[in-house]
Design a protein around this ligand. Structure first.
Ligand code: NAP
Ligand code: MG
Length: 368
């Protein structure tokens, strides 16, 4: 292996002994960070704005909940777990004025530092622990004794302790059980955005929808098409997760394996790779970030339109009815627009209705 991985023994929690950690935000990542760190023995406060819907949830989970301003004043380590688009204003109004020299400011994704939207003062330590998994899994995998791998990076180290404290934070999150890898804010930001656009969210959802539509348009039952193109995807990905593509191919039939080799490259051909390169270029040169920030500042009209259009795709209706009959899945229904019909993830929490009361699943699922 060319990159060095670090595990728990190389990231001792002791670097945070006696320190107070403030987690600002209690959404997908924030709740997982606060709860995992607390259960790892660290001293954790939660910072949320007055009127935040998550205040009651964090308090019920046993945390002292303060305004971001007060939480930052009390903390030696501050994790900003608010949405990327909200971080600049939050940082300028409530975090920066209350940071004392030597405080370690942490991010779960490098967007705002890499694109220059947040410029911490000299004297502040700046690091990143970016779990490579959705927040509700950062929590549930930790609870089951495992961990989600993470990238970590240091952008500023004025105290000489930034790296040890950042690694200790990753340990408290459970990430060092799976392994953490040192990188830069630039590489984390660009690769994370590319991964979620090309494969994890964008590529996969489009592949599933296109395959489902192809079958349904050819006259096959929508339910049959759902099982084939969405339900079974999880079973196949689980094999890849445990043993790579080889293990998947070992487990499927030789007919499926032959189709993989011969039809796969016709579906995802060189033209797809060329467009992946275009997407990567737009991430690297800042075009994507600029467009997303402008969309957010304009009140997200296109985001809301696309969310509404995607939510009513017929595969969602078919899938919902089928999952409802499979209680073992612990199916989740997400109201993307929340009770008031607002469509801003983070500012107006998506509400979830669950047919299970498992506490670690009582958080909304979120994107990568
Ligand atoms: P999220 O689920 O949308 O949670 C946002 C939290 O911040 C909520 O508690 C929300 O308050 C609060 N908040 C929203 N707007 C705010 C504002 N203007 N000022 C202050 N607080 C505000 O966010 P997330 O998806 O966890 O993302 C947090 C960070 O983790 C981002 O940097 C993201 O890139 C990174 N990350 C996320 C994932 C993931 O799985 N989601 C994975 C890796 C990295 P309310 O509770 O009142 O709504
Ligand atoms: Mg991401």
């Amino acid at each position: 292996m060319s990159v060095k991985m670090y595990y728990s023994a190389e990231a001792p929690l002791g670097a945070l002994t006696g320190q107070v950690v403030a987690v600002i935000g209690y959404g997908s990542q924030g709740h997982a960070h606060a709860r995992n760190l607390h259960e790892s023995g660290l001293n954790v406060l939660v910072g949320l704005k007055e009127g935040s819907k998550s205040r009651a949830v964090a308090a019920a989970d046993g945390f002292e909940v303060l305004n971001p301003t007060e939480a930052v004043k009390r903390a030696n380590v501050v994790m900003i777990a608010a949405p990327d688009t909200a971080q600049k204003a939050l940082y300028e109004s409530e975090i920066a004025p209350n940071l004392s020299p030597g405080t370690l400011l942490l991010f779960a994704h490098g967007f705002n530092i890499h694109f220059g939207r947040i410029k911490p003062a000299v004297g502040i330590d700046v690091g990143m622990v970016a779990p490579k998994g959705p927040g509700h899994l950062v929590r549930s995998v930790y609870v089951s004794g495992g961990g989600v791998p993470a990238l970590f990076a240091i952008a500023q180290d004025s105290t000489g302790t930034a790296r040890a404290r950042t690694m200790a934070y990753a340990n408290g999150l459970g990430c060092t059980r799976a392994g953490i890898m040192e990188t830069t804010f630039k590489d984390e930001t660009e690769s994370d955005l590319f991964g979620e656009q090309a494969v994890l969210c964008g590529g996969t959802s489009q592949l599933v929808k296109s395959a489902w539509e192809t079958l349904v348009e050819a006259g096959y039952d929508p339910e049959l098409a759902y099982f084939e193109t969405m339900h079974e995807l999880k079973l196949i990905v689980d094999l890849m997760y445990r043993g790579g593509l080889d293990y998947m191919r070992f487990s499927v039939s030789d007919t499926a394996e032959w189709g993989d080799y011969t039809s796969g490259p016709r579906i995802i051909d060189a033209s797809v790779k060329a467009r992946m390169k275009e997407v990567l270029t737009e991430i690297q040169d800042g075009t994507f970030a600029k467009r997303w920030i402008a969309e957010d500042e304009a009140g997200r009209p296109e985001y809301k339109r696309l969310r509404a259009a995607n939510s009513v795709h017929p595969i969602e209706k078919v899938g919902k009815a089928l999952r409802h009959q499979m209680a073992f899945l612990n199916p989740v229904e997400v109201d993307m627009d929340g009770a008031q019909g607002a469509a801003e993830k983070g500012r107006d929490r998506k509400s979830t209705r669950l047919n299970s009361s498992h506490s670690q699943q009582s958080r909304m699922p979120s994107s990568a």
